[in-house]
Design a protein around this ligand. Structure first.
Ligand code: AMP
Length: 453
């Protein structure tokens, strides 16, 4: 993954402890990625950091490795919880990202006696308590669940020395600002803060101004934004032909794995169901799936049991799937930045990949926004729709019965599964009981956000 003209650097030349270097060596990595090479020395030196980096650039190790290095003097084999206060807090917007970050922390810390755990919403809070009560130096958390634990007095944040905000732009997009402010108010003022974001919007800059001190800024996201190693194309298609064009694309590419993005949970669930019916093993991940269902779907996809994974933007955030060859945008995202996040799932760690967008006439405005952001224009190709299904490009909005099998599932109003619904209702009710009135709006937002996508 060396796209820069910078001289080659080895991990061993960074000021990392041999125990950390051993863990890196065991992963098989020898050279730091550009973001790692830039960030690690500054973080070890104790500087605040504002890093523009997306998933796929090696950003997790860019903050985890120097964080471990800085915490090493506090590593302790003592069994006493008092010897293991939370010293580093990593906040991530989604459960999936939190789980993945935690896995990386476990990998890189395996030879040092530093404890770590992860807490996120959508699962039993009680099950997360013992690990916290035993004491952990490194806590990875989604903001909402972290505050739930604070309220339950399961943890204290007054000894945090390092705060890491991962995918900060997404946290703001998801409405986590009130939660972030509450968490930041609980942390010592004297600390190191690292902010990772795929974009530097004005809101992100404001956040950095407020909570970071004289930060070093590093930017290495351009390779993904430009998608140099990702072949990108746009296929124009009539809205009604989209699904058939999708099946044709998947079949014609002959790939073993494809990640498909939709804008809504409804479409994700539907596309996945229809793919299954078309003989393409598929599953969906979105906010109305339980955590167990999402993990199961992801594992099945990673193992190859499921060929097509259909995901909404937030549910897919941070997914790390090795060697993913193809990403298809079944619908273009509402925010142009999400296009960059989506295509970043392929072409990872320097590998090549392909990203294809199926675009109907209603979505052209979104396509133009994406082109503006990337500063490039995509040729509009016509999607291949198998004969028998093809309809004129400007089809009437009402679909004829003959054109394609219509699933009456389409016309039903969307309802979350009963278990999910009752869980959300319970969560909302308990929040309303437990929180002061002025905090209820933020709390309600949070419950919705953590389960929304
Ligand atoms: P991330 O951006 O943290 O999600 O990482 C993207 C992928 O790159 C993950 O699969 C990492 O395991 C992998 N990776 C991280 N650091 C390196 C490295 N120095 N060399 C090669 N691959 C890496």
């Amino acid at each position: 993954m060396d796209d820069s003209s910078a001289p080659k650097l080895l991990f061993s030349s960074l000021a990392l402890d041999p125990l950390i270097l051993r863990a890196i060596e065991e992963t098989g990595y020898t050279e730091p990625t550009p973001i790692q090479a830039q960030a690690i020395p500054h973080v070890i030196a104790g500087r605040d950091l504002m890093a523009m980096a997306q998933t796929g650039t090696g950003k997790t190790a860019a903050f985890t490795l120097p964080m471990l290095q800085r915490l090493l003097p506090h590593a302790s084999t003592s069994a006493s919880p008092a010897r293991h206060p939370i010293r580093a807090l990593v906040l991530a917007p989604t459960r999936e990202l939190a789980i993945q970050v935690h896995e990386s922390v476990v990998t890189y810390s395996k030879h040092v006696p530093l404890r770590t755990t992860v807490v996120y919403g959508g699962t039993d809070i009680k099950a997360q308590k013992p690990a916290l009560m035993n004491g952990v130096e490194i806590l990875v958390a989604t903001p909402g669940r972290l505050l739930d634990h604070v309220e339950s007095r399961n943890l204290q944040l007054n000894q945090v020395q390092i705060l890491i905000l991962d995918e900060a732009d997404r946290m703001l997009d998801m409405g986590f600002m009130p939660d972030l402010k509450r968490i930041l108010a609980l942390l010592p003022k004297q600390r190191q803060t690292l902010l990772f974001s795929a974009t530097f919007s004005d809101d992100i800059k404001k956040l950095a101004q407020e909570f970071l001190v004289d930060p070093i800024t590093v930017e290495t996201a351009r390779r993904n934004a430009a998608g140099e190693n990702i072949k990108q194309s746009v296929c124009m298609v009539d809205h009604h032909d989209k699904f058939h064009a999708l099946v044709e694309l998947i079949r014609s590419r002959g790939v073993k794995q494809v990640l498909i993005f939709t804008r809504t949970k409804l479409t994700a669930a539907h596309v996945s169901k229809q793919l299954e019916r078309s003989g393409i093993p598929a599953d969906a991940i979105h906010g109305d799936k339980t955590q167990q269902e999402r993990i199961k779907a992801l594992d099945a996809f990673k193992s190859g049991a499921v060929m097509a994974l259909v995901a909404t933007d937030v549910a897919a955030r941070g997914l790390d799937i090795d060697q993913l060859p193809l990403v298809i945008n079944y619908e273009l995202p509402t925010h142009a930045e999400d296009y960059v996040h989506r295509i970043g799932r392929t072409g990872r760690a320097g590998a090549s990949g392909e990203a294809i967008s199926l675009v109907d006439s209603e979505e052209e405005r979104r396509l133009v926004e994406i082109e503006k952001l990337l500063n490039r224009k995509f040729p509009r190709e016509a999607a291949v729709v198998p004969s028998g299904y093809q309809k004129p490009f400007k089809a009437a909005p009402v679909r004829s019965h003959k054109s394609a099998p219509v699933d009456d599932w389409f016309s039903k109003p969307y309802e979350p599964s009963v278990s999910q619904k009752s869980k959300e209702e319970q969560a909302v009710a308990s929040v309303a009981v437990n929180r002061k009135p002025q905090q209820q709006v933020a709390a309600l937002f949070r419950v919705r956000n953590e389960s929304a996508e």
